[in-house]
Design a protein. Structure first.
Length: 150
């Protein structure tokens, strides 16, 4: 499973992409058993290739991390949108971070595709923005998560 309710945050404050990545690194370090700096570095390295903000206020920052055995995710809904250099120029408030082992390219791509379909759906983005709790967001994401990992 990509994520469960404990991997979902709503109302997170981050003043920019760098601070968001630091937040993600801090949150995921204990869960993944990896240094926060390695997680942040993986996200920053991928972002240097081009923005993972793909439009509609959504982004899928992702990276590959040695030491993982499966694809893992973490969803953040920001309290205020931040600049993300997205393709449409709009700021981002919905962030679904994905991490995978370096040798699981097919799983990584399948997960990216599933999350992309989720976040490209305008009615779903509206529901994700309106969900008040991590459990409510989880209920919306659960079916997509099952397809991505199944």
């Amino acid at each position: 499973m990509l994520l469960d309710a404990k991997d979902i945050e709503v109302g997170v404050h981050a003043r920019g992409k760098k601070l968001l990545f630091q937040h993600l690194g801090g949150r995921l370090a204990a869960r993944l058993g990896l240094p926060a700096a390695e997680i942040v570095g993986s996200l920053a390295e991928r972002e240097r290739l081009g923005s993972t903000g793909f439009g509609g206020g959504a982004a899928i920052p992702h990276g590959k991390l040695p030491g993982l055995t499966q694809v893992v995710g973490h969803f953040v809904r920001l309290a205020e949108p931040i600049a993300f250099d997205a393709v449409d120029g709009l700021p981002v408030d919905l962030v679904f971070a994905l991490f995978s082992p370096p040798d699981r390219g097919a799983d990584h791509l399948r997960s990216l595709a599933a999350v992309s379909r989720l976040l490209r759906d305008e009615p779903m983005r509206a529901k994700l923005r309106g969900a008040r709790t991590p459990d409510a967001v989880y209920a919306l994401i659960h079916d997509v998560d099952a397809r991505a990992t199944g």
